[in-house]
Ligand binder design. Sequence first.
Ligand code: ZN
Length: 156
Amino acid sequence: MLARAEYQRQYRKTERGKSWLKLYRKSKKSKEYTLNWRLNNKDKTIACTRRNQEKSNLRTKLWRINNREKYLICKRLSDLKRMAHGRITLRTLNSVILNSNMICYLCGKIIFDKYHIDHIVPISKGGTNKKKNLALTHPICNRKKHNKFLWELELE
Ligand SMILES: [Zn+2]
């Protein structure tokens, strides 16, 4: 048995082994196994989670030190988001969807599948989460707009 376990360990280090492992980890069987293992090894799971949390906290701290400017911009953005008047409630969302007739306000075409809720005046430029400032867009159109005003987009 030991020899077999060792063989498997070696195999996982090869290219073929790695790609097999990648596929396996996505499978239902693997997920069930992980879930079961976590249930049976609660202490280990908690310890492991804590360890990872500590590592990730450290990484974040280091990143903030090394990317001070980026961090300040991100922080400003999230502060603005927090200050934007009110959160987007389900009721607001529903009425935005209803008013839009499932038409993208950026390109004017019908939205069949996925949609994004866009801030007409970007949050980073003082926009709010109120109904008037929200509109339905295609994910692609929204990504193109990013945090620009509509008139900035038309100038490009
Ligand atoms: Zn569109």
